[in-house]
Write a protein that binds this ligand. Structure first.
Ligand SMILES: [Zn+2]
Length: 253
């Protein structure tokens, strides 16, 4: 294998390790998203639950107040009834009877109010149950997501450590100036660093290489950059059966 092809092979191999590192880093950056989303949803569910509970407290207080008022009115009527027995003249009797009549109407109004409150409590009970159910479900989902996130993060970090070792090993084979070119691009450009050129098109930016550059690339004399995206490029035909940037087989090994 020519020196050129050997260096391309080494760089592509290094890129293969970097592909894996890139995937793990993506995983690490995306992993907390589920927990973040669930945290927000849980906070909203908690606010809704508190609102429902407050409304229920208010309804129960109203019910208690009206029940107490009905009780007081009942007691008053009862007292009036016993007084009525002792009334001497009919004028006084009629006045008291009218008063009792109005008290009974009052009680009737309050009982209607109480029935409305009871109905509201009944229908709100369903809202409270639904809010509690949502709250409970999200609480559990959040706890599970947190636990699995910790596990995933730990696993990803362990994987990274192994990959960094493989990376150091892959890099150690590459001549220093070539490796420095690779690292220079890696620090400045979006993943990946070295890409194949298929049918004159750069795999990194999907733009055609100028004809002369493509001829130079095919001659396989020195490592070229894509004139458009600046990534390192190699001719796909130099490696058989290779369509991507990961670990190609050398055609003329
Ligand atoms: Zn390009």
């Amino acid at each position: 294998m020519s020196l050129y092809l050997e260096q391309i092979r080494q760089l592509v191999q290094l890129q293969g390790v970097d592909d894996e590192i890139h995937a793990v880093e993506q995983e690490l950056s995306k992993a907390p998203q589920t927990v973040e989303r669930l945290t927000a949803e849980f906070a909203a569910a908690e606010a809704e639950k508190a609102k429902c509970d407050d409304k229920m407290t208010l309804l129960l207080e109203q019910d208690k107040r009206v029940a107490l008022e009905i009780e007081e009115d009942d007691a008053r009527i009862h007292k009036s009834k016993s007084k009525l027995m002792q009334v001497a003249n009919s004028r006084e009797y009629q006045a008291m009877a009218r008063e009792m009549d109005s008290m009974e109407k009052n009680i009737h109004t309050r009982e209607e109010e109480r029935a409305r409150i009871k109905e509201a409590i009944k229908s709100h009970t369903e809202d409270v149950e639904a809010a509690n159910q949502t709250w409970e479900t999200l609480k559990q989902a959040l706890e599970e997501a947190r636990a699995s996130l910790d596990a995933r993060m730990a696993e990803a970090r362990a994987k990274l450590e192994v990959l960094e070792q493989r990376r150091a090993h892959a890099g150690s084979e590459i001549p220093r100036p070539v490796l420095e070119r690779y690292e220079f691009i890696r620090r400045r450009l979006a993943h990946p660093v070295i890409v194949p050129v298929h049918d004159g098109i750069c795999d990194g930016c999907h733009i055609a290489i100028p004809p002369q550059a493509f001829i130079d690339l095919q001659s396989g004399q020195k490592i070229l950059n894509c004139p458009n995206c600046q990534r390192l490029i190699y001719w796909s035909e130099h490696f058989s059966g290779n369509t991507g940037s990961t670990a190609p087989d050398a055609a003329d090994a």
